[in-house]
Design a protein around this ligand. Sequence first.
Ligand code: ZN
Length: 154
Amino acid sequence: MKIEKNKVVSINYTLTDNKGITLDTSAGREPLKFIHGIGHIIVGLEEALEGKIKGDKLNVAIAPEKGYGLKNEEMIQKIPRNQFDASQPIEPGMQFNAQAEEGRMIVVTVTKVEDDFITIDANHPLAGETLNFDVEIIEIREASPEELSHGHVH
Ligand code: ZN
């Protein structure tokens, strides 16, 4: 059986950035299971896995355009310090939920702290990064009709 749309695929993977730093890995956990071809995983990885079979191992570098996108400078903002709770210490790397203009919740990361301004970045933390995936295909099976109607693996 080959990997194609609507197959349930299990993979072990390690994701590293271009400096060789591990960003995420399934090591020590259950393999990642997903329904192929419906956008559960980033498009670049779906493309790399298409047509592969159980036992295949691959090493792919995925450009930001097919990963989490390029960094959008408009999503980086300087906000006056006095708009934050003064009693709360704020440090670079902190993340919090914020409401975007359309009303949905997004995660923003503090990237810079100055006396009068806090810089926050609402880009995905991996935006602009080339993603290097080391993948082993553990299992491929048909998705059940129920899984397909729910849009997730049972
Ligand atoms: Zn379900």
